[in-house]
Design a protein around this ligand. Structure first.
Ligand code: ZN
Length: 196
């Protein structure tokens, strides 16, 4: 039986179903220059990792619904009360208090610009992004941090106005569900599954 491992939480415990690791045969490694003598074996490893999002879960849920959430420190005793965090941070870095979750979708659509960028011709293992990958740092008005993401269309330029797009169709519930395109891009130009 082959089935992806599935997990849900009930009564504060993980309930798991399916296969979380697969037995895959070892394959001998032989030396072609020395009579194909045995040199070793491959040890395939394939496992499913349970990645808990904790307090960041609302951020990933919102991406699948086309919303960009950030957080804000509302602690009146904090020296920097009112700091807005994007990327989403659960706790204020200054007072360590719990931040308030805020919806930043509107602000992201209206006043996000590329702070700087980096174009990568190669990527790491398991990257699903199309190459070259256009990593961008996104700057928002009245936001105190800078978001790292990627541009799906066009060529990045410093100061370029960009708008967020969301993978609402078959979301992955990862940061891959958020990407950006130059302001003015038409909806039919977006990558498959993405919308504004
Ligand atoms: Zn604070």
């Amino acid at each position: 039986m082959s089935m992806f491992g599935q997990v849900y939480v009930k009564n504060n415990r993980y309930k798991i179903k399916g296969n979380f690791h697969h037995l895959t045969p070892n394959i001998p490694i032989r030396n072609a220059d020395d009579g194909w003598k045995l040199m070793g074996v491959t040890n395939p490893r394939d496992m499913t990792y349970i990645h808990a999002y904790g307090g960041e879960a609302p951020f990933f849920e919102a991406l699948s619904q086309g919303k960009l959430l950030g957080t804000r420190c509302d602690n009146p005793d904090c020296e920097f009360q009112g700091t807005v965090y994007q990327p989403f941070r659960i706790h204020c870095m200054d007072c360590l208090g719990r931040n308030t979750i805020i919806d930043m979708t509107d602000a992201a659509q209206k006043n996000a610009v590329i702070h700087t960028f980096m174009v990568c011709e190669r990527s790491g293992a398991f990257s699903l992004l199309d190459k070259p990958i256009k990593f961008i740092n996104v700057e928002f008005e009245k936001v105190d941090t800078i978001l790292m993401s990627y541009l799906s269309k066009g060529s990045p330029e410093i100061g370029m106005r960009v708008v967020p797009i969301f993978k609402k169709q078959s979301p992955t519930y990862t940061i891959m569900d958020l990407s950006w395109v130059p302001a003015g891009t038409e909806e039919d130009q977006l990558p498959e599954g993405f919308g504004f």
